[in-house]
Design a binder for this molecule. Structure first.
Ligand SMILES: [Zn+2]
Ligand SMILES: [Zn+2]
Length: 306
């Protein structure tokens, strides 16, 4: 049986030779991954970041963690490579496609604040790797030589994870009296889950990347598509993470009803394809808001603060 130690590369294959062999376009030899949607895919993974457990050899997709940890010091090109690697593994995961892995060994060190690395050995593994499941932190595990079970459905798995993270029934929002004005407490867990759902810190509506905040994250605002004061639920299926512009537009824009419709059907219903009934109910509420002056007033009253 192959062990992780057996996989440590001893020779240095050229990136160009590997991509040629696989029939993948080589962009820059410094990229961390290669391949377009549909595959074949090639990823470069450091041998010392691979794990072994119970005869399984695997790695965990931590590329976006790396970007977060190094955001202050990494060159933009490194952040882009990390984002590309993470996106490619997600694509393979949702499409249930294997990836080729080139295993790297060499020097990884910090120079000043910056992490630099130099691959001294690089070998293409002859066995395919498969993105399998997400762990409790939502990171994809990629396992060597073990296809996903035929009945595994990545979108269902996402939904189950989200359901487990939530309480079984979404609680009704709490009303809090603040100097005569009724506001609604936001459930920070829902907000956190939704901001985590926004891919690479990009607005879920327009796709624009939120600006970087001083503490290294991306700035997005959580918006309740059917506002809590119009009977909307504090549930991940009623909340989107969007840029500040789109958030104000959702409340005050001339086209706010159309924006709401897109949030329901193009963003949320696409994320939770099995919950059509839920979105049909939201859609009815959405039309109620459009039809009633009170609903529209409530939309404008709604505080735009998170
Ligand atoms: Zn936006
Ligand atoms: Zn809002």
């Amino acid at each position: 049986m192959t062990t992780l130690l057996d996989l440590k590369p001893t020779t240095k294959q050229l990136v160009k030779d590997i991509t040629d062999r696989l029939g993948v376009a080589m962009t820059s030899q410094y990229d961390w991954c290669f391949g377009d949607t549909g595959g074949p895919y090639l990823v470069n993974i450091w041998h010392d970041s691979m794990l072994e457990n119970d005869g399984e050899i695997y790695f965990v997709n931590r590329a976006s963690d790396w970007a977060e940890e190094n955001i202050e010091t990494a060159a933009q090109v490194q952040l882009n490579r990390a984002a590309a690697l993470s996106a490619l593994i997600q694509t393979a995961y949702y499409r249930k496609e294997p990836v080729h892995v080139a295993i790297l060994a060499g020097v990884r060190r910090r120079v000043g604040l910056r992490e630099t690395s130099e691959a001294h050995q690089r070998e293409l593994d002859s066995v395919l790797w498969y993105p399998h499941h997400k762990d409790d932190d939502g990171r994809i595990h990629v396992i060597r030589g073990k296809p996903q079970p035929a009945d595994f459905n990545p979108s269902d798995a996402d939904r189950q994870r989200q359901a487990q993270e939530q309480t079984p029934l979404p609680p009704l929002p709490k009303r809090v009296e603040v100097s005569g004005t009724t506001i609604f407490e936001r459930d920070s867990e829902v907000v956190k889950a939704v901001k985590g759902r926004a891919v690479n810190g990009c607005c879920e509506l327009c796709g624009k990347e939120g600006f970087k905040t001083a503490n290294g994250g991306f700035y997005l605002e959580a918006h309740h598509v059917i506002p809590l004061n119009c009977g909307g639920l504090d549930d991940v299926r009623n909340v989107v993470a969007i840029c500040a512009d789109d958030h104000r537009r959702a409340h005050f824009g001339e086209d706010r009803h159309a924006v709401r419709d897109r949030m329901i059907w193009e963003v949320l219903a696409a994320l939770y394809p099995d919950d059509t009934e839920f979105f049909e109910t939201m859609d009815e509420r959405s039309h109620d808001i459009q039809r009633s002056d009170l609903g529209q007033r409530k939309l404008e009253e709604h505080r735009v603060d998170n």
